[in-house]
Design a protein around this ligand. Structure first.
Ligand SMILES: Cc1cc2nc3c(=O)[nH]c(=O)nc-3n(C[C@H](O)[C@H](O)[C@H](O)COP(=O)(O)OP(=O)(O)OC[C@H]3O[C@@H](n4cnc5c(N)ncnc54)[C@H](O)[C@@H]3O)c2cc1C
Length: 404
């Protein structure tokens, strides 16, 4: 008799787990996917291009138990991942900042080809089947769907993902099912998403993209600094720089710490460069401060950053020459105040999840329930933006699939 493997979740890690599990001829593999399609997040990833990994792979790009991550990346590495995609017929290409994509630059390619492979290896995919409960029974597990169908498996791979980005069907199901099996779940929080800023003048910059250095200041110390593009929005900041600092900001806010974000809109100039340039601009006799500054930044910016710094901007520019350091500070050390953490619906990745000391990184098997494997973003590990989260999903999926 074949060993039956039930995979709950047809996303990144579940699909790869199914691929490897199905290579064992003794396995009969079934995926249960609650939505009417598999791989919806994969298909939407990387703005529809699927940033599937990163050439600068390493545990330093992850949050949580880095030893666990290193073990996972050692067991199914970046090279293994690229080789895996080559094997199934997906050529990859490396673009900016080491980000790796399918050569088609179409995320749907990845889902379609994985689906093709799984049908070739006789994996059964049950769509629109939400698993509501798992129970250990003699020689395996009983899973029950929302429609009260019951299925029995020798082994289960829990690959339900996180609760980030509900527009693509994400929910807290995975955490509930893990808890049902006795696992501890570290409370999730949104990790990669825009940041609300309460300084109202900033909201008028909506739609402007500008490279900035953002420094996260917690209890008067800079704990993270990122230089990248900021997209100003009607409620705060988005774009790569904001997405990179969101995790640090949100974690601090949830712990009730005092957190501010310092914004420098001149990230590529040394202080003296800024000083000399502004000195020249302010020396123009017939311009207001605001108008003089149009020469060096987006014209909506002087008013906003001077207001945030409490500096009157309509007076003649020359009047500020003796106070130039305050003007420089307004643009290099603007203090932004983060507001309420934005919701999971906007987060592309969630931190938190199943406690790592309860899972074996060499197999992804639960240390509490033999025969249960847990993969992907459901675990209490999250990566930075740039392909790290999908890599963790591919690696954990592959390890689980090979070991069941
Ligand atoms: C818009 C967006 C863009 C992204 N872009 C990138 C990117 O470019 N690069 C990158 O590295 N990461 C990216 N990510 C993150 C990445 O997609 C995830 O980290 C990754 O998909 C996690 O894989 P997973 O297998 O853990 O979960 P998922 O891929 O989310 O799969 C989980 C699956 O389980 C199903 N499921 C859940 N509960 C049940 C249940 N009770 N019964 C049955 N099925 C269930 C879900 O419907 C889902 O299909 C992006 C995320 C989003 C939302």
């Amino acid at each position: 008799m074949k060993q039956t493997i039930g995979i709950i979740g047809g996303g990144a890690s579940g699909l790869v787990a199914a691929y490897f599990a199905s290579h064992n001829n003794n396995n009969s593999v079934h995926i249960f996917e609650k939505q009417n399609k598999i791989g919806r997040k994969v298909a939407a990833s990387g703005n529809g291009r699927c940033n599937l990994t990163n050439m600068n792979m390493g545990s330093e790009h992850y949050h949580g138990d880095k030893t666990f991550v290193a073990a996972v990346l050692g067991a199914f590495s970046l090279d293994d991942t690229i080789q895996f995609f080559e094997t199934i017929g997906i050529v990859t290409t490396t673009l900016e900042n080491g980000k790796v994509y399918p050569a088609s630059l179409q995320a749907t390619t990845v889902v379609r080809i994985l689906e093709h492979e799984l049908s070739h290896y006789n994996v059964t995919i049950h769509l629109s089947r939400k698993i509501e409960s798992i129970k250990p029974v003699a020689s395996g597990f009983k899973v029950t769907t929302a429609g009260k169908e019951e299925h029995f498996f020798h082994k289960i791979i829990l690959a339900c993902g996180s609760c980030a980005y509900s527009p693509l069907g994400a929910s807290k199901d995975g955490y509930d099912l893990a808890r049902m099996m006795g696992h501890t779940v570290v409370e999730p929080f949104p990790a990669i998403l825009p940041v609300t800023i309460t300084n109202k003048p900033l909201h008028t910059l909506q739609g402007i993209r500008w490279d900035c250095t953002l420094s996260v200041v917690i209890d008067n110390s800079v704990v993270q600094q990122v230089t990248d593009e900021v997209l100003f929005t009607a409620y705060g900041i988005s774009g790569p720089a904001a997405l990179s600092i969101a995790r640090t900001v949100n974690h601090a806010l949830l712990l009730g710490k005092a957190v501010t974000i310092q914004c420098n809109i001149f990230p590529y100039y040394a202080y003296n460069d800024v000083r000399n340039k502004l000195m020249r601009l302010l020396s123009q006799p017939d311009k207001s401060l605001e108008f003089a500054l149009y020469g060096i930044m987006n014209n909506a910016m002087p008013k906003v950053f001077l207001s945030i710094a409490g500096i009157e901007y309509t007076l003649p520019a020359a009047a500020y020459i003796n106070n130039i350091d305050a003007i420089i500070n307004a643009f290099t050390h603007a203090t932004l105040h983060p507001g309420a953490v934005r919701p999971f619906t906007e987060a592309v990745v969630a931190a938190g999840g199943v406690a790592m000391d309860e899972v074996d990184p060499t197999t992804m098997q639960s240390k509490l329930v033999p025969g249960l494997f847990i993969t992907g973003e459901l675990l209490n590990i999250d990566g930075n933006s740039g392909g790290y989260n999908l890599q963790f999903a591919w690696s954990t999926g592959a390890i689980a699939g090979k070991h069941c």
